[in-house]
Write a protein that binds this ligand. Structure first.
Ligand SMILES: C[S@@+](CC[C@H](N)C(=O)[O-])C[C@H]1O[C@@H](n2cnc3c(N)ncnc32)[C@H](O)[C@@H]1O
Length: 288
């Protein structure tokens, strides 16, 4: 399944890629946003595309052609090292479009509770699988993660059921969750597994830590005049971006490009349901 880029026009407006510029797409996936960025930096521009999923990087390498593209499998949180390794300079723009893509739901690595797959749930195949991380955790820690990252009010009961079941597959995990929550969960509005699966995915990929790390390194990654655009899909992530951008702007030398986050409008949500929870924030390093 191909992944539809979210808030594409708005991303391009704030990222504002121009001929000859060096732009980083830190979560390139199949290149939905990157294809349009490539058109705008030509002639003479360079695109660095990073994704933690090395299978995706190989697929994108075959599909994406452009004047100058460098593709690297890695964690965007290690961008400073990646730039050094590839001898690349500071960038004129950085895009991060967080979370998982439609492609990952099809990988068989446990991102979907609608299937029965090994409970890996990591973007990088080299990271410790989710089932193992969960098996090593104390029940109280797991409860906290499910409550904080999932916003799940039955976190205590679910954590206890998971620790007893020791699930290694998505089906076993979903069965444990369903056994722990009351019938008529959320009046059938969402699947009982939705929130816990989200929490375990965020845990297994250290998603909040990666975001905090890259935000702290923006001053070393961008050129004067450089723009950073971040698309989030979780209120905790949006809060982290909001606070960090506000602190940068207060400290001086940065211009907040979005006072309020930009969200998709009706038509985009109708066309692409996943976009409904997206929030875009942008900031620019001043030229002076
Ligand atoms: C929502 S998709 C990006 C979609 C892309 N903008 C497009 O339009 O095709 C998020 C991507 O980020 C990748 N990803 C998640 N966490 C990452 C991390 N810490 N470092 C690098 N890539 C990451 C995932 O593997 C996934 O491919």
């Amino acid at each position: 399944m191909s992944h539809v880029p979210v808030l594409l026009n708005e991303t391009l407006e704030y990222l504002d890629p121009k001929p000859g510029e060096f732009i980083i797409d830190g979560t390139i996936n199949g290149g939905g946003h990157a294809r349009e960025i490539l058109k705008r930096i030509s002639p003479g521009g360079t695109l660095l595309g990073v994704d933690w999923d090395s299978e995706l990087i190989e697929k994108t390498r075959r599909e994406l052609k452009g004047e100058k593209i460098v593709l690297a499998a890695g964690n965007y949180a290690d961008l400073s090292d990646i730039l050094r390794q590839y001898r690349l300079p500071r960038a004129d723009g950085l895009l991060l479009d967080l979370g998982f893509s439609s492609w990952q739901l099809e990988t068989g690595r446990g991102f979907s509770f609608q299937k029965d797959e090994p409970l890996e749930m990591t973007y990088s195949q080299e990271e410790e699988p989710a089932w193992q991380i969960v098996a090593k955790m104390r029940e109280s820690e797991l409860e906290k993660i499910i409550r904080e990252f999932g916003g799940e009010r039955y976190a205590k009961r679910i954590a206890s059921a998971i620790k007893s079941a020791r699930p290694r597959t998505t089906k076993a995990l979903r069965d444990a969750i369903v056994s722990a929550v009351p019938g008529g969960y959320e009046r059938g509005r969402i699947d009982p597994a939705t929130r816990t699966f989200q929490a375990i995915r965020i845990l297994a990929n250290r998603e909040m830590d990666n975001l905090k790390k890259i935000l702290g390194e923006l001053p070393q990654i961008l050129n004067p005049g450089g723009r950073a655009i971040i698309l989030t899909f979780h209120s905790l992530e949006d809060g982290i971006v909001k606070d960090s951008f506000r602190d940068l702007a207060r400290a001086g030398g940065w211009e907040l490009l979005t006072k309020k986050p930009i969200s998709p409008q009706g038509e985009e949500i109708l066309q692409n349901y996943r976009s409904r929870s997206a929030k875009l924030r942008a900031i620019k390093l001043s030229t002076k």
